[in-house]
Design a binder for this molecule. Structure first.
Ligand code: BES
Ligand code: MN
Ligand code: ZN
Length: 514
């Protein structure tokens, strides 16, 4: 989908075909562009309003087909809701809803002309005109995503026909500028969604690593790939244990975006922020094998790694002034004669030993070594890991919040605020020595399951054992939000959601760019 910004002077009611999208605020009053459209169509909108339930509430739509006296194929009047509550997130949703409607209608071209509504004066919308246009475009773009590469029949049934979208805005250069940053984020989200949606026979660890390298190297990200021999030499005993039953080679990918201060000048301020992702390309459970229904969808068990990769893409594409590293542990968890067993004891990169009591609690093993490696090599300012770690977090929080666990309150409130802004919300759950006791092992330093309730918490306690003193760390359990059945929100399609790319981008933008 081609998105462009045009000035109002370049739009004439009778110019060209396609849909013309205009808006009304809550209460039903037509905003200026809607009034122009109404006049040009001889009052078609005013007449239609009389026979509809449209009141201008956010998300409401009213359509007039083939308006008399106009070339436009349709007029689409959309509701903006209360003028004072128009914000970036709402505009994204609106942009996505509009594109959804136009897809359903089979339109191939459209112009959107939405004015900033007058406010009551108390606070009022804080969104500037250029930002309004940019966020509409962002929502529209997010909605245009499709993962159709494996369809070979009846393609027209799935085709999204909307090819060109013009957004009318008084300040075209400012809108383009605001949009450039968001377009970079959309690229990162699309990469993350693609990675999650790919089937596991196609996207195994080495293929994931290859894609990360090709996609990111061209943006100026330094990408290193460690294979099994390298990791074995260094002592990645926990990560390698998980991958040892797979025919596919395990990989560790290290991605560095150096957009911030150089470490030659000032060592301390050059310390990067670090993102670590769980990349289990398929989680069968291993010898502690999952039942059929529980195994379905486990191609998405690399969503943490996908989010990290997508975020690095977003940061690099918009040339964020930050030093950021992404480290992802890529493995496949399979049952096999060579697989690791329940009762095995693994020695992690940190030196701590782990008694494996369930091979299906594999994500924490992968993360343990990735976390140790990241801290030792980069001494990051902050460390955030993302993982589809437990079914327990899905039972606890469902699909609307990810769980956050942390040893640093400031980091938690920053992530929470970023999540409120982007709509990717997080909810804090506790860490406490009480839960740590639950992972004591009879023979090793710890065991890999708690063996009782509070499974998301014991998983986080396990990770905490690999966090070194002084590291500000947060763990996001994204098992409930990384993919979804069907479309729950207009800007998020079915399956891979790309959850977290926007959140992390926002976090960096607000607090870690200089
Ligand atoms: N990848 C799963 C967690 C998961 C479950 C993600 C459902 C998304 C949806 C993880 O590796 C796992 O299997 N966890 C086990 C841990 C248990 C064996 C302690 C779980 O949650 O059942
Ligand atoms: Mn598992
Ligand atoms: Zn898993």
């Amino acid at each position: 989908m081609q998105i462009s910004f045009v000035a109002p002077s370049d739009v004439r009611p009778n110019q060209g075909g396609g849909a013309w999208v205009v808006a009304a605020a809550e209460g039903g009053a037509l905003l200026p562009a809607a009034m122009t459209a109404d006049k040009a169509s001889g009052g078609a909108l005013t007449r239609a309003l009389k026979f509809s339930r449209f009141t201008g509430k956010a998300g409401q739509m009213l359509e007039v087909l083939a308006p008399a006296g106009m070339k436009a194929s349709r007029l689409l009047l959309v509701g903006l809701g209360k003028a004072d509550s128009v914000d970036e997130k709402g505009l994204e949703t609106l942009g996505a809803q509009i594109v959804g409607r136009l897809h359903a209608a089979g339109e191939s071209a459209a112009s959107i002309q939405i004015d900033v509504p007058p406010t009551s004066g108390k606070g009022g919308t804080k969104v500037k005109k250029a930002e309004l246009a940019a966020h509409l475009a962002f929502g529209a773009k997010l909605k245009s995503y499709a993962f159709d590469k494996y369809r070979t029949r009846n393609l027209d049934e799935y085709e999204k026909k909307l090819k060109t979208l013009r957004i009318v805005t008084p300040d075209v250069p400012a809108a383009r500028k605001a949009h450039a940053g968001l377009a970079a984020v959309a690229d990162g989200i699309f990469l993350a969604r693609d990675l999650v949606n790919e089937p596991p026979n196609v996207l195994y660890p080495a293929e994931f690593a290859r894609r990360a390298r090709t996609q990111l190297t061209k943006l100026g990200v330094k990408v290193e790939i460690l294979g099994e021999a390298e990791m074995k030499k260094r002592g990645f005993g926990a990560l390698l244990g998980v991958g040892q039953g797979s025919a596919r080679e395990s990989q560790l990918v290290v991605m560095q975006w150096n957009g911030g201060p150089s470490s030659k000048k000032n060592k301390k301020s050059a310390r990067p922020i670090a993102l670590v992702g769980k990349g289990v390309c398929f989680d069968s459970g291993g010898l502690s094998i999952k039942v059929g229904a529980g195994m379905q969808g486990m191609k998405g068990d690399m969503a943490g790694a996908a989010c990290v990769t997508g975020t690095l893409m977003a940061l690099a594409s918009r040339k964020a002034r930050v030093n950021a590293v992404g480290v992802i542990g890529l493995v496949e968890n399979m049952p096999d004669g060579g697989a690791f067993r329940p009762d095995d004891v693994l020695t992690s990169l940190s030196g701590q030993t782990i008694e494996v009591l369930n091979t299906d609690a594999e994500g924490r093993l992968v993360l343990a070594d990735a976390l140790t490696y990241t801290q030792r090599r980069f001494a990051p300012k902050i460390l955030i890991d993302l993982a589809t770690l437990t079914g327990a977090i899905v039972q606890t929080l469902g699909y609307e919040h990810a769980g956050i666990f942390s040893n640093d309150d400031q980091l938690v409130s920053r992530v929470q605020a970023a999540g409120r802004y982007t709509g990717e919300r997080v909810w804090q759950l506790p860490l406490d020595p009480f839960y740590d006791k639950m992972i004591r092992s009879k023979i090793a330093d710890m065991k890999n399951i708690g063996g009782g309730n509070s499974g998301a918490i014991t998983a986080a306690q396990f990770l905490l054992r690999f966090i070194e003193k002084g590291t500000a760390w947060a763990h996001l359990d994204i098992a409930g939000v990384a993919w979804q059945d069907g479309e729950q929100k207009p800007q998020i399609p079915s399956w891979g959601t790309g959850w977290g790319v926007r959140l992390l981008n926002r976090l960096v933008k607000e607090h870690y760019e200089n």
